[in-house]
Ligand binder design. Structure first.
Ligand SMILES: [Zn+2]
Length: 385
C-alpha cells in the first residue's frame, strides 16, 4: 500500500490514508499493490506530483513519460490535475465537494487511485475525518472487486463488475458497514472529529431521504435494476439505493456473503448467475422484493441494519445525533445546524470517477490479512488509453 501526497498537503493526511488502507487490507484481505495519489490545492505542487507519477510509470515501462504528462497534467476530466482543480475550485466556492476514484489499471497490475484533498483529514470545512476514511474504504472495496476479476479484456471486466447499482452500492455499504465495525473495535486511525458525528445509522437514513426524494421526483418510476450506467442522470441512486440493496442482500444472505460466496465464484459463473445464487432468487425477483421494501416506512427499513457498540469518545456526538442536530463546532455540539445544509455540502461526496472501468457476520473471515493475493493477473500487455 503506497500513498503519495502533493507537497502542499499535510503529511498527517497521507498517514491516515495509509493506515486506513492497511486496516482495510487486514479486514477485507490484502489486495494489492495499491497506489493512492492525493492532490492538494496548489497547481505547482500538483504538477510535481504528476511528474513523480509519470516518472514512475516510465521507469516501469508502463507508460511513456511525455504521453503520461500530456494526459495527467492536462485538462481532461479524471486526469490527475483535474483532482487538484476540483479541490481549488471547492475552496474558492466554499463548497467542499470531493472526488476520488479507482482509475485502473489492470494492465499495470496495480490498483491506482486518485483523490482530491480529503477535507476531513486536513481538518477543513468541519467535515469529520471519518467521512474521508469511509471514502478510502469505499475506494479500497473497488480494489477488492477488481482483484476478483483476472481477465484483462475490458468489456469482460465491466460485465463481471456488474451494474452501477451493485458496483457502487456494495462499495458504499461495505465502506459504511466496515467503518462502523472497525470503529467499534477501536481499529480506525486517529482523525479529526469534525463538527458533526459520522455514524452508520445517520448515513443510511440520509440515503433513504435521497432515495425517497428521487423516487418521488426526478427519478420517479425507476427501479433498482434500471440503474446500470454512470451516464444515467439517476446514477446517484446506484450509490444510495444500491447501498440499501446491499444491506437488503446481506440481511437475507449474511454479512460476509460478498467476500465468502459471491466473489470467489464470480469469474467462473458470471455476474448475474453469481448474484442470483447468493440472493437465492432471480434478479427480477430480488428487484421486485427490494422495491417493495424500499417503499416501506423509514423505521421498517432502518430495522434491517446491524447495530455496533458506540465508541466511547463519540458518546457526546451520539447524544446530539438523537435530536438530529449537527454541531457547528465540537465545543458547541448541540448548536442547531440544518441537516439539509450538511447533506447539500456533502452531496458530491459519493461521486467516484470510473474512467477506465467504467456487511457480514460480525467480522468477515478475511480479517487475518494472510490471503494469498491473486492480483496482479499475468501481465502481457502495456497499454493505456
Ligand atoms: Zn465508487
Amino acid at each position: 500500500m503506497e500513498v503519495f501526497i502533493s507537497s502542499d498537503v499535510d503529511p498527517s493526511v497521507g498517514e491516515a490514508i495509509e493506515k486506513t488502507l492497511n486496516v482495510a487490507g487486514e479486514y477485507w484481505g490484502l489486495w494489492w499493490p495499491v497506489e493512492y495519489w492525493v492532490m492538494g490545492l496548489e497547481e505547482k505542487a500538483g504538477r510535481d506530483l504528476v511528474d513523480q507519477f509519470c516518472a514512475r510509470r516510465d521507469a516501469r515501462s508502463q507508460w511513456d513519460y511525455d504521453d503520461c504528462m500530456e494526459r495527467e497534467a492536462g485538462p481532461d476530466d479524471h486526469s490527475m490535475m483535474s483532482y487538484q482543480r476540483l479541490g481549488a475550485k471547492a475552496v474558492a466556492a466554499e463548497q467542499p465537494s470531493l472526488s476520488a476514484g479507482r482509475n485502473g489499471t489492470a494492465d499495470w497490475g496495480i490498483h491506482r487511485f486518485a483523490s482530491s484533498l480529503p477535507w476531513g483529514l486536513a481538518g477543513l470545512f468541519g467535515i469529520p475525518g471519518e467521512e474521508e476514511v469511509k471514502t478510502v474504504l469505499h475506494e479500497y472495496w473497488h480494489a477488492v472487486q477488481h482483484s476478483h476479476i483476472l481477465t484483462l479484456n475490458r468489456d469482460k471486466r465491466d460485465e463481471l463488475l456488474g451494474p452501477v447499482w451493485f458496483v457502487e452500492g456494495s462499495a458504499e455499504y461495505m465502506s459504511q458497514y466496515g467503518l462502523a465495525d472497525l470503529k467499534s473495535q477501536g481499529l480506525l486511525p486517529e482523525v479529526p472529529m469534525g463538527d458533526w458525528p459520522f455514524a452508520l445509522e445517520d448515513q443510511m437514513e440520509n440515503k433513504l431521504r435521497i432515495v425517497d426524494d428521487a423516487l418521488s421526483g426526478e427519478c420517479k418510476g425507476r427501479e433498482l435494476t434500471s440503474i446500470t450506467e454512470y451516464s444515467d442522470p439517476c446514477s446517484y441512486l446506484g450509490y444510495d439505493m444500491g447501498a440499501w440493496a446491499s444491506a437488503y442482500l446481506m440481511n437475507i444472505a449474511g454479512n460476509d456473503v460478498l467476500l465468502e460466496q459471491f466473489y470467489p465464484d464470480l469469474e467462473s459463473t458470471g455476474w448475474q448467475a453469481s448474484f442470483e445464487k447468493v440472493a437465492g432468487m432471480s434478479l427480477d425477483q430480488f428487484n421486485s422484493e427490494f422495491m417493495e421494501f424500499i417503499g416501506k416506512s423509514t423505521e421498517e427499513r432502518m430495522a434491517i441494519l446491524p447495530v455496533f457498540p458506540e465508541d466511547k469518545k463519540y458518546e457526546n456526538l451520539a447524544a446530539c445525533r438523537t435530536v438530529r442536530l449537527f454541531a457547528k463546532d465540537t465545543n458547541d455540539l448541540c448548536q442547531a445546524k440544518p441537516e439539509a445544509q450538511h447533506h447539500k455540502a456533502q452531496g458530491d461526496k459519493a461521486n467516484c470517477n470510473h474512467e477506465n472501468e467504467k456487511d457480514h457476520s460480525r467480522h468477515p473471515t478475511l480479517a487475518t490479512g494472510v490471503n494469498k493475493p491473486v492480483w496482479p493477473p499475468a501481465i502481457s500487455q502495456s497499454s493505456h488509453k
